[in-house]
Design a protein around this ligand. Structure first.
Ligand code: SAM
Length: 285
């Protein structure tokens, strides 16, 4: 379906590729590769294997997070010279936590024809398989690291839409327990692992259950976390148990009560004095 472009140059097409199962390649994806004069890929070696599997040989150019800006002019010159470009990421849909969105925006603003060939995307696959509501959802990508994590999750605590997150295996334990503390142990969730692959696994349960399970396992592979949205009544009630559990962990980790109270106060928007008193009670228990 052509865009309303007025530029007579080449066409930029973002092409989704499999997230683990080569059977997910579609006819339109293959056609887009065949029509391309140049394939821009996050990792040319990795994507070279996919193209080899499809029996397609085309000139390739690297296009990844750290050379995106530098490459943009070069790719726009190629379009201006009338060459068609297919852009792919290592896996899934370009532009979703992967490069692609910025150059599509620029190319469209310069009236080049742009298109996207649909296909696998881990967030949609996980959302649908989670068994949680798919009516309204918010995709949050990767959670922030370090001290930003708790306030960030607190900001999402009352979000009524289903939440979808990407996470790296080595951070799964930490992120799951931070989510349990922020959203409450009873919140329904799903841990989706190795989607579309041989060892695909969907763990459905509460955050408390999933946390317990994964603390006993060594997380390997790729993960998407899907968390049920807050139900309005529950979201309005401050979850003291979660605050107490978080405070107890800080104190058990050796943090001084004063510093821990300040951190808890900032994270949950409660007075530091209240956090301090909670800490005193915890110490006496
Ligand atoms: N553009 C990709 C997409 O459309 O899903 C996402 C790229 S992002 C850099 C990579 C993250 O996506 C992984 O860390 C993981 O959270 C998720 N992911 C990708 N493939 C997956 C799979 N097969 N199973 C589970 N999660 C996956």
């Amino acid at each position: 379906m052509p865009d309303n472009n007025t530029n007579n140059g080449g066409k930029l097409v973002l092409v989704a590729t499999p997230i683990g199962n080569l059977g997910d390649v579609s006819e339109r994806q293959i056609a887009a590769f065949r029509e391309a004069d140049l394939i821009a890929a996050e990792d040319t070696r990795h994507s070279g294997l996919l193209l080899h599997h499809l029996g397609i040989k085309k000139p390739m150019i690297s296009y990844y997070r750290h050379n995106e800006a530098k490459r943009e002019d070069q790719l726009l010159d190629e379009l201006a010279a009338g060459r068609n470009i297919a852009l792919i990421s290592d896996a899934g849909t370009p532009g979703i936590c992967d490069p692609g969105a910025a150059i599509l925006r620029t190319a469209a603003a310069q009236d080049f024809e742009v298109d996207a060939i649909p296909g696998p995307c881990a967030l949609i696959q996980a959302l649908v398989l989670s068994g949680l509501s798919t009516e309204r959802f918010a995709f949050e990508g990767f959670v922030p690291r370090g001290s930003e994590l708790t306030p960030y999750l607190q900001g999402l605590k009352s979000e009524p839409r289903t939440l979808v997150f990407y996470e790296a295996p080595h951070r799964l334990h930490h992120t799951l327990s931070a989510m349990r503390d922020a959203f409450g142990a009873d919140r329904p969730a799903a841990v989706c692992r190795e989607l579309t692959k041989k060892f695909q696994e969907i763990g459905r349960g509460t955050l408390g259950e999933l946390c317990r399970e994964w603390q006993q396992r060594d997380p390997r592979g790729e993960f998407v976390l899907v968390i049920a949205g807050a139900d309005a009544a529950a979201a309005a009630t401050p979850d003291d148990d979660a605050i107490r559990a978080h405070l107890a962990r800080l104190l058990d980790g050796g943090m001084k009560l004063k510093a821990a109270s300040r951190e808890i106060a900032a994270a949950y928007g409660i007075p530091a004095k209240a956090a301090y008193e909670m800490g005193l009670t915890l110490k006496q228990e």
